[in-house]
Ligand binder design. Sequence first.
Ligand code: 1HN
Length: 371
Amino acid sequence: MEKNNFFQSQQVQDFNKSIEKFHLGPLWHAIPDLMHHEPEPQTIAYLWKWETLYAKLMEAKDIFTPDRGGERRAIYLQNPGLKNREPWGWASTTQTLYAAVQLILPGETAPSHRHTQSALRFITEGEGAYSIVQGERIFMEEGDFLTTPQGLWHGHSHTGEVPMIWMDCLDIPFIYGIGGTFFEPYPEKIEPPSVPDNYTAKRYAGGMVRPISDRKPKVAPLASYKWSLTQQALDGLSEFEPDEYDGFAVEYMNPSTAQTSHPNIASWMQKLPTGFVGKAHRHTSASIYHVFKGSGYSVINGVKFEWSQGDYFVVPNWAWHEHVNTSNADAYLFSCSDLPIMEKFNLQRDEAYEENNGTQTITDTFIPLLP
Ligand code: 1HN
């Protein structure tokens, strides 16, 4: 009997049915779906235009306030490929990471709490608000990168004059998936300061050195990585040859461990100089990009995703991708990925696209949804 006919046979169907009620399953049907020959992520390549995100944040401004509950005025990037992955797929940008845009208005306070997920923020608009992490008020400016590692109290408050918007990224889907979620509200609305403002940025000279007493590894000793220092690092790097895939890219580091800034999330700022045409490659980690400045496009599995300032896009696991700067100014991309998770589980693999001198053939152009 042919294999497929055998699986359709009455005998097999009856057996499968007979074990179902005992909450047992027949592996012989499941192997092809469980054991792909290579990653087949449910995460799909997708792009959110800034116009859409901004329009919706502005609508949300008048509807939701941190005082009305909900803790944060944030709109998350729901990956269409993960939407139906109940119960936790609904807040997934990739299979491991959640990303969102958050808006805080002058005078508002987003209450302090702590949780087992690690968070990072990349500041995209405004000034004058602070995040308070473990007693340190960290005043935020455009281009700054902030860490809020797992287990530390954190809240936000806006003492400035203009709305502030930033990107959040947390390892929510990953922590949810492995059953590790804890969450605790702070006993008061917001934690009071207990150390000088911007304490860790001063103590670590922005990440360059560590004080003698801080030699032991800490989960995230440095809370804020200032844009001016990141830019200096990129400018220094730009005197050399760019990386063939990523141009000039620097990774945010934990100065006490010399490892990536967060235990489960790695983050980079990359500069693609004018005219940069990157080569394609793929890796098992999945990435979320934010276009901090400039415009260009990325080709992801043959599909062209055109991007400009403020946009967000996802490169799924094991997807071929290459970046091109089509503008007459440098482009800056912020990105974060689950590389540390893949590395911890010995799953990180990279592969260069060998055909066509490393350039994918464009088969389609993504059409983004506009408001
Ligand atoms: C959180 O604590 C923040 O601190 C943002 O701004 C988004 C999403 C889920 C759970 C906690 C923040 C979050 C979050």
